[in-house]
Design a protein around this ligand. Structure first.
Ligand code: SF4
Length: 512
């Protein structure tokens, strides 16, 4: 138990009930830093709860219970970390949590069942949770919000069974049980009347699967506000679809203008996209560092933070750019000091496919237990291109391209080149010798590629480990099942011993 990485067997924290009996000892400096951050998290939660609207919302909406697990969420996502790794996790994820708290406070303020602020409600444009918020940069007087993010997506991350009740509601309604748990949970929240019914109008996207289309359709009937379906082309690599993609973005802008009476503000939009581009530049810095022997901004810290940047903040929030810069400074420090992220860097890996929302801390387990360094994940690569900020026409094309490549669709659609071929290119660029291939069993989007991945990995001598899960439904593939698939491969194929034996088989079915 010292400041050295791996000085404390981490598996011993897992026996017992939901919360841990004591905090992890990381040496005086890091323990103190972590403890102060932990107190800071409690301060955010207490400040949130003392607002009357939020307190009422807590008792009105079942999904709010999941946020009691926020302090545990931080402990899970900083496990075993030291030095700059620990600081980057707290800085990045800390901003995401306070941003979600801010979003929930605004939702409750506008909610007719709670704050009933009609003026605010008239300014809200609801986006579905798979939609990037970026185009709202042109509407500085309006407020972008997504009720599905706090009710479903982050709920499931905070507590592994956070949306099980809603999935059951959907199954009880008659929807088959093999539908992806995400749209199933969203629909369940609508069926249980657990969405705050806010907003002047809504924009939904044609996510790549039938499940999501089904959920969006039924949800729209609950919200009872004008809803626009952004039909983004699926074959996004083809030149011939770009014109149509741009027109759809223009149609969405016109829809928002008509519903709210606002006019798209090009100056504000370009300012917002400039910020967005600067954020992308910071990402590219981190990725450069990840090509070296001392990668720093990686795994879950990279993944969850980047989703917040490109999906939710969308260039409109200066705090995200400031935080990006802080993260770059920390990453540079870690690189210059040759700080390791695990006791040994045994394997350099890329995680591909959709990760389990109920086990976002899985990459940290890979590092601590087996020395597998998760350099990159598929969804962090969603937005790596710059958007034109001078030419209106070109900027609309770039924006359309961004929407075509949104989360859920940029790799699972677009053909062989983006889904399969790109992976090997990244393996080469980042000198990865391993791929953790997530098999989201409720998502058919990548299923057709299975044999191709096997064949190509074998040809290139890359270790390919399939890890099955069901996104938001741990009953179909528990955290323990996911670890077992890695353990088996490491022991039987690679004949390796874990770095931390106590982590190989832990009982976390009762944990948050
Ligand atoms: S994970 Fe797959 S099945 Fe689920 S919503 Fe996304 S694209 Fe659809």
């Amino acid at each position: 138990m010292s400041k050295q990485l791996g000085s404390e067997p981490l598996g011993r924290f897992y026996y017992g009930k939901k919360t841990k009996k004591r905090r992890e000892w990381r040496g005086i400096r890091d323990t103190l830093y972590d403890y102060v951050q932990w107190l800071g998290t409690w301060k955010i939660l207490i400040c949130f709860m003392v607002k009357p609207n939020n307190l009422r919302g807590f008792f009105r909406y079942r999904w709010m219970m999941n946020y009691l697990a926020v302090p545990d969420f931080f402990d899970r996502h900083t496990e075993g970390m030291r030095g700059v790794q620990l600081r980057m996790a707290h800085v990045g994820l800390g901003l995401i949590v306070s941003d979600v708290c801010d979003m929930i406070s605004t939702i409750f303020k506008a909610d007719p069942a709670i704050g009933n602020d009609k003026k605010l409600n008239d300014k809200i444009v609801l986006f579905d949770e798979n939609m990037m918020s970026t185009l709202m940069g042109g509407f500085p007087n309006l407020r972008w919000l997504s009720v599905e993010v706090p009710a479903v997506y982050s709920s499931s991350m905070m507590n592994q069974e956070g949306v099980s009740y809603y999935i059951d509601r959907t199954h009880g309604y008659g929807v088959p049980t093999d539908v992806c748990p995400m749209p199933a949970a969203e629909l369940g929240v609508a069926l249980a009347d657990d969405f705050p019914l806010i907003g002047k109008c809504a924009v939904q996207c044609n996510t790549t699967c039938d499940g999501s289309l089904m959920g969006n359709g039924i949800e729209a009937t609950k919200f009872k506000i004008p809803t626009f379906q952004l039909a983004v082309p699926i074959r996004h690599r083809q030149e011939s679809v770009q014109e149509y993609a741009k027109e759809e973005i223009v149609n969405a802008i016109h829809f928002i203008e008509e519903q709210t009476g606002e006019t798209f503000d090009w100056t504000a939009y370009f300012e917002s996209m400039n910020r967005f581009n600067m954020e992308t530049e910071e990402l590219l810095e981190w990725l450069e560092i990840s090509k070296t022997d001392y990668p720093q901004m990686l795994g879950v810290s990279l993944a969850l933070y980047r989703y917040g940047v490109y999906q939710a903040a969308g260039g409109r929030n200066q705090t995200f750019l400031d935080t990006d810069k802080k993260l770059t400074a920390l990453a540079m420090k870690g690189y210059e000091e040759k700080q390791m992220v695990a006791v040994e860097h045994r394997h350099r890996c890329i995680t591909w496919g959709v990760q389990a929302a109920y086990y976002t801390a899985f990459p940290i387990w890979l590092q601590n237990c087996w020395g597998i360094v998760p350099l990159l994940d598929m969804l962090s690569l969603v937005s790596t291109e710059m958007v034109n900020t001078e030419d209106k026409e070109q900027s609309l094309y770039d924006l359309a391209y961004l929407y075509e490549n949104m989360i859920m669709r940029n790799r699972s659609n677009g053909g062989y080149e983006t889904g399969v071929e790109a992976l090997w290119r990244y393996c080469e660029m980042y000198r990865a010798d391993m791929v953790i291939m997530y098999v989201h069993i409720g998502c058919k989007a990548m299923a057709g590629y299975h044999g191709l991945f096997e064949q190509e990995a074998r040809k290139r001598g890359i270790h390919l480990i399939w890890v099955s899960h069901n996104l938001m439904c741990p009953q179909d593939g528990s955290r323990s099942d996911m670890r077992t698939e890695v353990n088996r491969y490491m022991r039987t194929v690679l004949r390796e011993e874990p770095l931390d034996k106590t982590l190989e088989d832990v009982a976390d079915e009762n944990a948050w």
